[in-house]
Design a protein around this ligand. Structure first.
Ligand code: PMT
Length: 399
């Protein structure tokens, strides 16, 4: 049984939130409700107050009992919060951290998981601004239950329809169940790119943003694991460390190897999503290499860097070891070879030759390769969704 705050905002699907509240109560959860002013035009707070036997927070300025700050009280009380339905307006405010009504103010003060269920007109949903705001919320660690395609209140069909209340309640229950799946487990995730320094100002690097690896780390955190992230060069912001998240920053392949090798023996899962430099410059120059003439050329000699996955894969005892394969041709054949050569339990193959998948984009398309199993190809989807699905597969492999 969990303590759940249901936030209702101004979308016509607000009436369905009443059924969501009922279903959560039937599943023995304690529910309290917060509503925006717009939501109160669509469904009556009195209905929700009688169902929950608790006042509904609709006004931040209503006199509260002495010493009480109702929105902070609710934020501290919640094990989980769900915004159902989430209007485009509230999504935009949450993405920016604006707190100017009971819903956004309570959510900004909420440290526990927040599920957002968008519901709106299809054109509003597909607006670049809405998609940008949802991407921001995903990156901030909020959990989005995507709307479905179907009949809209406007009388035509399209994306943006809120999933049915039973689907929403089940999603929340599955999320709660999954939150303990990896309790007491340590998940080690490498992400971003490592570099091969040439001189104090130059290096050879790659285009990894860290998005794929962070999606995996986030999913592992949501499943209750202690997560150790070893991050090379990245273009995303990582959150602050906490009691379940440790972050180590590195630059070179050797540094990444040393950081991972130190944590590997006490880890249960290693996922190598980092784009690791296979080579290092043979003779690093500790002064900037000068250019003396217009026709001057420069030859760099490269030597192999340590193969981290292969080295740690060969040392594994109880750990599940997962690598990625970034390929531009013969994707599956090359990835299959890496599965055996690197002693991995699974290789996640991704084609990095195009613009839509692979490096520095929000989506990816992957195929899982495991020993003695047929390849499993997943459709093009968000890296967040792949991270969640992948961690589910890995946790089942642990069983
Ligand atoms: O960070 P993003 O912008 O989101 O992009 C994601 C990604 C494309 C970087 C990611 O999905 C990915 O494919 N990561 C692996 C990149 C890579 O180095 O692939 P590879 O095929 O060269 O290496 C195979 C595996 O061995 C990888 O798990 C890699 O981390 C590991 N490796 C490679 C070389 C090396 N010297 N040591 C290693 O451990």
């Amino acid at each position: 049984m969990a303590k759940i705050v249901v936030h209702i905002t101004g979308s016509v699907a607000a009436f369905k939130a009443v059924t969501v509240v009922r279903l959560l109560q039937k599943q023995h959860h304690q529910v309290r409700v917060v509503m925006t002013k717009a939501a109160t035009q669509l469904v009556g707070p009195a209905t929700l107050a009688s169902l929950t036997h608790y006042p509904v927070l609709t006004d931040l300025w209503k006199p509260a009992a002495a010493g009480q700050i109702p929105h902070i009280g609710l934020a501290d009380w919640a094990d989980y919060s769900i915004v159902v339905p989430a209007s485009a307006d509230v999504i935009a405010k949450l993405a920016l951290g604006i707190a100017d009504d009971p819903v956004t103010t309570t959510l900004l003060a909420t440290p526990t998981p927040i599920v957002i269920v968008p519901a709106m007109n299809t054109h509003m949903y597909h607006q670049a601004a809405t998609q940008r705001n949802l991407a921001q919320l995903r990156q901030d660690g909020k959990i989005i239950l995507d709307p479905v395609h179907g009949q809209l209140a406007e009388g035509y069909t399209g994306d943006g329809r809120m999933p049915e209340p039973a689907t929403i309640a089940n999603f929340l229950n599955d999320l709660m169940a999954s939150e303990t799946t990896l309790a007491n487990k340590t998940v080690l995730v490498s992400l971003g790119g490592t570099v091969a320094p040439i001189d104090p100002v130059r290096f050879i690097g790659n285009r990894s943003s860290g998005k794929m690896g962070w999606a995996i780390a986030k999913a592992a955190l949501q499943m209750g694991a202690h997560v150790i992230v070893v991050a090379g060069r990245i273009s995303i912001n990582l959150p602050a460390e906490n009691d379940r998240l440790t972050i180590k920053r590195v630059q070179t392949t050797q540094e990444m190897y040393e950081a991972l090798a130190k944590e590997f023996p006490k880890s249960d899962i290693l996922v190598m999503a980092a784009a690791v430099a296979d080579f290092q410059v043979s003779s690093y120059t500790d002064q900037k290499i000068k250019k003396h003439s217009a026709d001057q050329t420069l030859d760099l000699h490269l030597k192999p860097a340590v193969d981290i996955l292969k080295t740690l894969g060969a040392q594994k005892s109880h750990q599940i070891v997962v690598g990625f394969a970034a390929e531009t041709q013969a994707v599956l054949q090359n990835a299959q070879q890496k599965l055996a050569a690197k002693h991995a339990d699974m290789i996640v193959a991704n084609d990095v030759s195009g613009q839509q998948t692979g490096f520095n984009v929000d989506d990816n398309q992957v195929t899982l390769l495991r020993k003695d199993q047929a390849p499993e190809t997943w459709p093009l989807t968000s890296k967040t969704a792949i991270g969640q699905r992948l961690m589910n597969v890995i946790s089942k492999m642990m069983e």
